[in-house]
Design a protein around this ligand. Sequence first.
Ligand SMILES: O=P(O)(O)OC[C@H]1O[C@H](OP(=O)(O)OP(=O)(O)O)[C@H](O)[C@@H]1O
Ligand code: HPA
Length: 190
Amino acid sequence: MLEVLQESLRKAPIVNRGEYPYFIHPISDGVPSLEPELLDEIAEHMISIAGTDYDRIVSIEAMGIPLATTLSLKTGIPFSIVRKRQYGLEGEVILSQSTGYSKGELYINGVNKGEKVLVVDDVISTGGTLKALLPALEKMGAQITNVIVVISRGDGAIQMRDMGYEIDTLVKIDVDQNGVSILEVAGEQQ
Ligand SMILES: O=P(O)(O)OC[C@H]1O[C@H](OP(=O)(O)OP(=O)(O)O)[C@H](O)[C@@H]1O
Ligand code: HPA
């Protein structure tokens, strides 16, 4: 299951971002090369979880964009990208994002009241990004049908469950100076 993803994670190099051991991977960084077969494997798996009964795919720049694009081409459903840049359009919603290594603002445009949305992203770590985004989408009147994140490291996904949000993740990993260890793969017995 998810063989291409697992193989690519085993090869991921680590760099330090302050105290945070940061893994570098095609899905989370677009580096060194994002292969179509990896995107295809992930998008097919996401569709097997979420189906196609939603009005919009929502993801976050930068590395949500290839995931949302692939899903949109496969499903014919449009997507909106939550940006790190302000546009000042009517209805734009501003939120604060905090990750293990950065802080900043996010700006939501294009999500309409009453829409069913699928939220996808590349990584959940501290959960800081989704903790800010999911309540904001609900406040805008969106109905979140599923939240699917490719790679889970740390306990962000568990914290989100405690907040009442179920996050599907395709693979759970641990990261240290030596590299990435795969702890769990969706759909596989441990
Ligand atoms: O669970 P968290 O601790 O919030 O971390 C997860 C977030 O970190 C990464 O985004 P980043 O802001 O690095 O943006 P990028 O996609 O531009 O690399 C990733 O794409 C998630 O959005
Ligand atoms: O270690 C990481 N690598 C890539 N993207 C990330 N997003 C959160 N943590 C990470």
